[in-house]
Design a protein around this ligand. Structure first.
Ligand code: BTN
Length: 259
């Protein structure tokens, strides 16, 4: 990767440890290995493309040239049970970053996808390891994939995904700007994680509110209406006249008929 790009990022995020790749299987996997081998400094890894980009729930994440694919290794002072706050903070920071750069309103599709013009523009995958004795998080790797230019929207995802710029040519400066805006917001947010103002922002910008959805539980398709997001960031839904809270899951929008 060209050195000026690397230096630009290093300067703008004010981090000593920045590792750039033209291509790598997955920036998340790279940093998890680094953490396992004893790295204890905050590190940013980014790549122009990934050959095995990972999404949530073991899905793959298309990572063609034109996107911002990056991960942060960091060491939050947090109990494992509060680990969800990292994803919530990341979702709010990603939403604000894309809004700032695109000049358009974005929303958060629970749990952690960012939507622009009714399509996914960004996905987030937070992985962490826990200290067994204390129950504290030992390290966390936060991976973010933002579709910046339309070149990264392949045929296979064109119906569900969009990019920040749909009509502009690939420009490394925009990619480095997006990465640094996000990282600065997120690293600053980590410092004030206890004030939880970001939870309100997460709840107020929910893409799913009022929508008919489907989710799968124990191999069965469930249909429900989304009521909102509660103060612990669980999705509150109404299903067969009952209010239910979901802790995690993969939500599909639209009505279907139970079989
Ligand atoms: C999702 O959409 O389910 C989450 C996608 C997360 C993708 C990012 S790209 C950088 C980092 N490396 C990966 O392999 N995944 C994350």
């Amino acid at each position: 990767m060209n050195k000026s790009f690397e230096n630009e990022i290093r300067k703008s995020v004010n981090l000593k440890n920045v590792v750039c790749f033209d291509s790598i299987p997955s920036t998340n996997d790279y940093l998890k290995e680094l953490a396992k081998s004893g790295e204890n400094t905050v590190t940013l890894a980014l790549a122009k493309t990934q050959t095995a980009g990972k999404g949530r729930l073991s899905k793959n994440f298309v990572s063609e040239m034109g996107g911002a694919y990056f991960s942060l290794l960091f060491f939050p002072d947090l109990k494992a049970e509060d680990g969800y706050l990292l994803t919530v903070l990341a979702a709010v920071c990603a939403m604000e970053t894309v809004e700032e750069i695109s000049g358009k309103k974005c929303l958060i599709k629970w749990v952690n996808d960012i939507y622009l013009d009714n399509k996914k523009v960004c996905g987030i995958l937070c992985e962490s390891a826990t200290e067994t004795k204390s129950g504290n998080i030992k390290y966390a790797v936060l991976g973010v994939g933002i579709n910046v230019f339309s070149s990264c929207i392949t045929e296979s995802i064109k119906d569900i995904a969009t990019s920040v710029f749909n009509d502009r040519k690939y420009d490394e400066t925009e990619i480095s700007k997006i990465i640094s805006v996000f990282c600065n917001k997120f690293l600053q947010g980590l410092e004030t994680l206890s004030d939880k103002a970001f939870i309100e922002k997460y709840r107020k910008n929910s893409y799913l509110d009022g929508k008919e959805i489907q989710y799968v539980k124990n191999g069965q398709i469930h249909c429900a209406t989304v009521l909102g997001i509660d103060d612990k960031c669980r999705l509150t839904i109404e299903e067969d006249g009952k209010n239910i809270k979901l802790f995690s899951g993969d939500i599909t929008i639209g009505k279907n008929f139970k079989k």
